[in-house]
Design a protein around this ligand. Structure first.
Ligand SMILES: Cc1ncc(COP(=O)(O)O)c(C=O)c1O
Length: 305
């Protein structure tokens, strides 16, 4: 990788030594240009769903590629908090079960589970504490996870001290007890390669505005295809049904050519069941460009190895 070239592609580096990717990553020219083009198109032509919907599908496809999963396993959501909420509202909890999380998780990935207890979906939340070295040792996970564990939810890398969790090992332990594993990769993706299939997690949430250098307002939720059937969301929107406008477009049907079936609610068979209302297209345009940019450098890096 030619660092000088990369710096030219990320304008902020001409003004600053930028150290705040853990907050908000700086955009590359690719991202800025894509957003400017979208704004110009919107300014000049107004609504253009025929072009915008394929961008949403393409962005899902690129996210699927970067984490090594299938397109049908990916949903486009506004942020990580809503991705985790989507899962929490969909999981079949074990009766009198427990949920195992770490204090190194981002607060959303802690609050959400306390809330499930308040709502009676779980009897116990097991919040693991870090030791004097700032880590939760693997044997603490092992002790906490048992046959009554419904969910293990863990961040790939902690937002607070950068601790990198042993995702594969934690997942293996959780699966031995038939628990559902959720991983938040917001501080991992863009820093090191992630393959959700190899890691074995059942679901993965990731936003675009940190190490991926995309805009706020775009995130992705992966759920393993074998687990989709058992995830039954307690919410739905017109983009999360089987006969959605995006699917009509994919089948080359007229988007509004026939009425929607309002006699029933049929969640999409694929991960798009987690998509509710209209997307923030401007953010997704930027997210798509950010994914393309990351994949371009990923390929350049691997060709140099
Ligand atoms: C690991 C992690 N997950 C989630 C979030 C919050 O994500 P969002 O604002 O997309 O809900 C953060 C923000 O810092 C984070 O560090």
């Amino acid at each position: 990788m030619n660092i000088d070239l990369v710096r030219k592609e990320i304008p902020v580096t001409s003004r600053r030594a930028y150290f705040d990717n853990a907050g908000t990553g700086p955009p590359s020219i690719n991202v800025l240009n894509a957003i400017h083009e979208y704004l110009a198109d919107w300014r000049d032509y107004g609504e253009n769903w025929e072009e915008w919907l394929p961008i949403i599908i393409d962005s899902r496809r690129l996210f699927a590629k970067i984490i090594g999963v299938g397109l049908e396993e990916v949903a486009s959501v506004p942020n990580v908090s809503s991705a985790l909420t989507a899962l929490a509202s969909s999981i079949k909890y074990k009766p009198n079960g427990n949920i195992v999380i770490s204090e190194l998780n981002f607060p959303t990935n802690i609050y959400l589970w306390h809330l499930q207890k308040k709502h009676g979906r779980t009897s116990e939340v097991r919040l693991l504490r870090k030791d004097q070295n700032g880590v939760v040792p693997l044997d603490e996970w092992e002790k906490a996870i048992d046959d009554d564990t419904s969910v293990v939810s863990v961040d790939y890398v902690s937002w607070t001290n950068g601790c990198r969790e042993k995702i594969r090992e934690i997942t293996k332990i959780a699966h031995e007890h038939n628990a559902f594993v959720i991983a938040d990769s917001f501080h991992g993706l863009g820093v090191f390669p992630i393959n959700a299939k190899q890691d074995g997690v059942d679901a993965l949430a990731c936003g675009m505005y940190k190490w991926m250098q995309g805009p706020h307002g775009a995130a992705y939720l992966y759920t393993h295809r074998d687990k989709l059937d058992e995830l039954d969301p307690n919410y739905i929107g017109w983009h999360g049904v089987e006969d959605s406008v995006v699917r009509r477009l994919s089948k080359q049907e007229d988007l509004f050519g026939k009425p929607f079936n309002i006699d029933d609610a049929e969640p999409a068979l694929d991960a798009t069941r987690f998509e509710g209302g209209s997307w923030g297209v401007v953010s997704i345009v930027g997210a798509k460009a950010a994914l393309e940019y990351a994949l371009k450098h990923d390929q350049q890096d691997s060709s140099m190895v």
